[in-house]
Write a protein that binds this ligand. Structure first.
Ligand code: KDG
Length: 335
């Protein structure tokens, strides 16, 4: 049974002993209010919409936190109810929101999610000109990044605006100067830019990262290769020590220090695939910060991804450390 502390926050699990004088993971990006129908089917037939929070970077912060690490999310929200919802939700999950900027001049972005089938989800954004897209290098907290164990950024932020793209590079500049590893998830979003634009902006980010996560489609934006292993090697050849290519139900392959690894996916029933990549990244990074081997990082990533897809919501199904162990150690239905 999980307990909450007096302030309603979820407690950290194993691994919190590593927490130093600042959050271990710092991530920067845009979080959005999320509206989705309560059931699978065309949204026009929904009589009500559920309200929640989305955002690739904040999903990773929550996932990392659930596995016992400490995490901060940095971004801009509007001075509105959706902005308050994002701050309240992340704080409730134990994520540090002390460096979030409240922007009175622009609204918090909105994401509408339509689960057309169990496996197919359509997403529509209302984020052009949003507070989050007005992120700039001035919003990047230098001290927080310098003290972190990993900086995590995504291609989504780089797509939002000139300033947001510059903010990602500014954060990487700080991390690299301080010897903090940089983690990048390419997270290509077709609604935000073309493949050509994405490739041009993502490649320099890959070259400045230590750990890169991509799907096969995303990897092909910046490198070539006949299969997932070749793509992982191609990504690693651009600079990162660790390149992970995620293949959904087929698992993941990684190229780490020149060696290739293959991690199978866990067989689960998919209810909502959105957020699986963030779950993978969160678990991989949580194990990395704990000094675990690449095989353990990949296994944790696959397990977290499996948990994420079984639950409706972008982050709600993210596992605790106890959950990870349960899925790996028993076949019993009642646990
Ligand atoms: O990876 C899941 C995210 O894509 C989702 O939570 C929303 O950040 C988001 C986006 O921009 O699509």
């Amino acid at each position: 049974m999980s307990a909450t502390s007096g302030d309603g926050r979820e407690p950290a699990g194993d691994g919190s002993h590593l927490a130093g004088d600042g959050p271990q993971l710092v991530t920067i990006g845009e979080s959005l209010a999320r509206l989705e129908g309560p059931a699978v089917g065309p949204l026009r037939h929904a009589r009500s919409l559920d309200l929640g929070v989305a955002g690739a970077e904040s999903n990773v912060a929550i996932g990392f936190r659930r596995l016992g690490g400490s995490a901060a999310w940095v971004g801009r929200v509007g001075e509105d109810e959706f902005g308050r919802l994002i701050q309240m939700t992340l704080a409730g999950q134990g994520v540090d929101v002390g460096h979030v900027v409240v922007d009175p001049a622009a609204p918090t972005a909105l994401l509408i999610k339509e689960r057309r089938t169990g496996r197919l989800t359509r997403v529509q954004y209302y984020r052009s000109g949003s507070a989050g897209s007005r992120l700039s290098p001035q919003d990047v907290p230098e001290d927080l990044i310098r003290r972190a164990r990993v900086l995590h950024v995504t291609g989504i932020t780089a797509a939002l605006s000139y300033g947001a793209h510059a903010a990602v590079h500014a954060a990487i500049d700080i991390a690299r100067a301080a010897g903090v590893p940089v983690s990048l998830d390419l997270n290509f979003r077709r609604a935000l830019w073309t493949p050509a634009e994405a490739g041009a902006r993502l490649k320099p980010l890959v070259m400045r990262s230590d750990v890169v996560f991509a799907t096969e489609v995303e990897a092909r934006l910046v490198t070539g290769g006949a299969d997932a292993s070749a793509l992982a090697a191609g990504l690693a050849a651009l600079g990162p020590r660790e390149a992970i290519v995620k293949r959904g139900a087929l698992g993941a392959v990684a190229c780490c220090d020149g060696d290739l690894y293959d991690e199978p996916a866990l067989p689960v029933e998919t209810l909502d695939p959105v957020g699986a990549g963030d779950a993978f990244a969160a678990a991989y990074l949580a194990e990395r910060v704990l000094g675990r081997r690449i095989t353990e990082r990949l296994a944790a990533g696959a397990c977290a991804g499996a948990y994420a897809v079984t639950v409706q919501g972008d982050w709600e199904g993210l596992p605790s450390r106890e959950d990870l162990i349960l899925m790996r150690t028993t076949d019993d239905v009642v646990r």
